[in-house]
Design a protein around this ligand. Structure first.
Ligand code: ZN
Ligand code: ZN
Length: 105
């Protein structure tokens, strides 16, 4: 696999996604544009396509303690219980930890 360029829909700048990152990349993952800081959600892997995620609403990712499914929760839900879309399990994520995990890039 080779490095791929993605073009930020917000500012038009191309960002390079390293081949090693591509291997773990999944639809729904969020990358951050190096040029403008916009959050880009992966909507397709082949070809690689991204969509700008609404500004100001930072996405957090949590792992379901029951089934291990990783899913996105919004900043608005901070402090509240969330429901796993995969198995329906309700839990309150460790929000302080969730914020620190913002190193997808
Ligand atoms: Zn950008
Ligand atoms: Zn689950």
């Amino acid at each position: 696999m080779e490095d791929l360029e993605i073009v930020c829909p917000a500012c038009g700048e191309a960002s390079l996604v390293a081949a090693e990152d591509l291997e773990t990349l999944e639809v729904g993952d969020v990358l951050e544009c190096e040029a403008c800081g916009a959050y880009l959600e992966v909507v397709s892997l082949d070809p690689l396509e991204v969509e700008a995620v609404e500004e100001g609403l930072e996405g957090f990712f949590v792992d379901c303690p029951r089934c291990g499914h990783t899913f996105e929760v919004s900043e608005e839900e901070e402090g509240e219980a969330v429901q796993c879309p995969e198995c329906g399990f309700n839990f309150v994520p460790d929000w302080s930890e969730v914020e620190e995990e913002d190193e997808e890039w």
